[in-house]
Design a binder for this molecule. Sequence first.
Ligand SMILES: Cc1cc2nc3c(=O)[nH]c(=O)nc-3n(C[C@H](O)[C@H](O)[C@H](O)COP(=O)(O)OP(=O)(O)OC[C@H]3O[C@@H](n4cnc5c(N)ncnc54)[C@H](O)[C@@H]3O)c2cc1C
Length: 811
Amino acid sequence: MKSHYRVIVIGGGVVGASVLYHLTKKGWTDVALLERLELTAGSTWHAAGGMHTVNGDPNVAKLQQYSINLYKEIEAISGQSVGLHMTEGLMLAATKPRWEWLKNVHSKGRYMGMQLELVSLDEAARLLPIMDKTQFVGAMYDPIQGHVDPNGTTHAFAGSARKAGAEVFTHTRVLDTKPRADGGWDVVTDKGTIVAEHVVNCGGLWAREVGRWVGLELPILAMEHQYLITEDMPEVIDFNAKAGMMMLHVVDFDGEIYMRQERNGMLLGTYERHGVPWSPKETPWEFGPTLLPDALDRMADNLEVGFRHFPAFQRAGIRKIVNGPFTFAPDGNPIVGPIAGQKNYWVACGVMAGFSQGGGVGLALSNWMADGDPGFDVWAMDVARYGDWATRSYTRAKVVENYGRRFRVRFPNEELPAGRPLRTTPMYQRWLDKGAVMGDSWGLEAPLWFAPPGVKDEFSFHRSTDFPHVKAECAAVRDAVGISDTSSFAKYEIAGPGAEAWLSRVFANRTPRTGRMTLSPMLNERGKLIGDFTVAKASDERFFVFGTGAAEKYHMRWFRQHLQADGGVTVTALGLGLVGLMIAGPRARDVLARLTDDDVSAKAFRFLDFRPQMEIGLVNAAVGRISFTGDLGYEIWVKPEHHVALFDAIWAAGEEFGIRPFGSRALMSLSREKGFGTWTREFRPIYGPFEAGLGRFVDLAKGDFIGRAAAVAEKQAGPARQRVGFVVDADDADAIGDEAVWKDGKVVGWITSGGYCHHAGCSYASGYVPSETLAGGTDGAKWEIEILGERRTARLQIDPLFDPTGAKARA
Ligand SMILES: Cc1cc2nc3c(=O)[nH]c(=O)nc-3n(C[C@H](O)[C@H](O)[C@H](O)COP(=O)(O)OP(=O)(O)OC[C@H]3O[C@@H](n4cnc5c(N)ncnc54)[C@H](O)[C@@H]3O)c2cc1C
């Protein structure tokens, strides 16, 4: 072992081994992996090794595709078999909602180039004779499913890395990691201290403990997980003989069961509804490759359904039960990336499907380390998606909930209850008193819509109980005035003599004049969108920046990365230290005028004006004339202690104008009519600003800024694809996002978000299509959006449905 390495990877599970291999692929060969016991000694060794490409997030699904394609490569390089069995797979639905969900997945798979196929139940039963087809309503076939040998796979990654120069040390336990003054790390092991430029925490079951050495409380928790292996089953032997192939990999969502062939029998695993966390506070270091005591009774409910769905199991004996722990993040996706404030410290943990995702995680992280950018959209697994609010108890509540729902349908209008309420604004009770149905906005309770007594959300892929009430909220805004909470936005204060220069370098648009606001995208070096913001100039050396609440930590990491020690600028995330309300609609100005003696006339307080200090009612506020509704509107920002007083004043002044509260569902409906997009849907790091329709907010003339060269190239070449809107001939279900876009009978693009436009009175969807498909303008072509398995006629909608000239917002 050398005294110095460029990278030390802590942990030799499938994830650490994959990270090591991918670093060597990037040309980083001065790298070593340290494993306290043998490779696979965490959760990897007893995994069922199953793998598939389906994931709720299309970007994670792509990484899963990548991981699976990698297996032949590492086998060839290392000479180590991964025990690959591409058995193909079936996903089964026993209920209508699950069938609808499968149809959505199928539509999503089309634009991702996946070869998923909806098959008849007869065909499903032919492929899987052990199923009782009368128990199901639909099935989807996936040719890219199967399983690998966990041990062989991990050794194949490690062996391939070794061939490229990496070193692997087993029986070497890391005891501590200490930052060095030169920006590197002292990695203290039981065999001495090693200096490393970078440290990667791939500690799996111990990732929390490893993280705690640097003050991190990673939001992950291990759950006990069980599968059983049957004795030989005649039905399996018979199928193998007749079909000349292994039994298919199976996911029976409604039974909450997955299955695959193991020798001449079957392996059947379950995600129990009442899952049990393992070592919730600390993972014992002495825990080795041992199994946990089995608890077959916890599987009883699932097995009962399994026996009904697959009667052959009733006759099968059980050969072995495996109960082992593995880790999950609150949303079930991996936790990957650099840690803000810890130079050259990286994590890749919380990987609950190491054999579907391990390869993609290694690829993303190695790109990030070598190129400063993961190379594609990894928001769904970025460690920065969780703020400090994701405590151990919160993580536990959410992980247990997520585990129990692993195979359950999550409806687009469904909010999950665990770990709530966690963060609330002072307005919380007031909103509830007005009938608010609350949603979870990354830990913060935020009104979704306002329900009359006795009415609640019915969860569905179709329009639901909220429909007429959201419509009424939209009408209040468009016809009179509405009030809503803006506290869930991220707010930053940028101050100091270097503030203006810093903003000009980090954001793509010019900085506004004092008292004005600009809309500004933020680009990475590759010229891709990593955020969209409103920048307001309060004074020469003080700015406020407003952005997406969920991305606060993600953006702060970027901001910090681009701060220079002597740059004369401070960036502060204000969090809930600044809260807000929005009033919007044609009477919004009348309401504001009742509350202040400032001149708020159209001439004195123009669209995109910003006043850092105004007395509104009893309180001091900062007010910007802007509204995501696309209507005349104001965002009013106050300290939290004034939130309620501000609301009471606005409400009292607004009553004569018919003021009404509106929630985020109405806001999205209204903004959709304007063709606005949002971060994580329309704006993501896979799109350039010109593709996304934000080109007019990129000021190429202002001088250099991050991503400028790439933005110039995008503009010169013309965007390869473009964000467009569609009016959809929908029935009672609207697009929600990730549906396929068809043109003249071919899939050409995808939907990023959709829904009903209550004021315009139509179903609308926004998405991306290749620029060449737009050559014919809006005429002639047959556009369709696939919703719940049905292709719905759609019309290209170039102009906003509401106020296309922007006259109302500027009135
Ligand atoms: C019963 C069961 C069935 C499963 N089935 C599947 C499946 O079918 N498909 C699938 O994709 N996934 C499955 N999984 C999940 C899969 O096992 C995990 O996704 C995967 O193992 C995670 O790998 P990892 O490398 O992140 O963590 P781990 O395997 O836990 O590896 C972490 C490693 O780090 C080492 N380590 C930790 N701290 C230190 C330190 N300080 N110094 C040195 N070394 C250290 C540990 O010894 C360990 O070897 C299953 C898991 C279980 C338990």
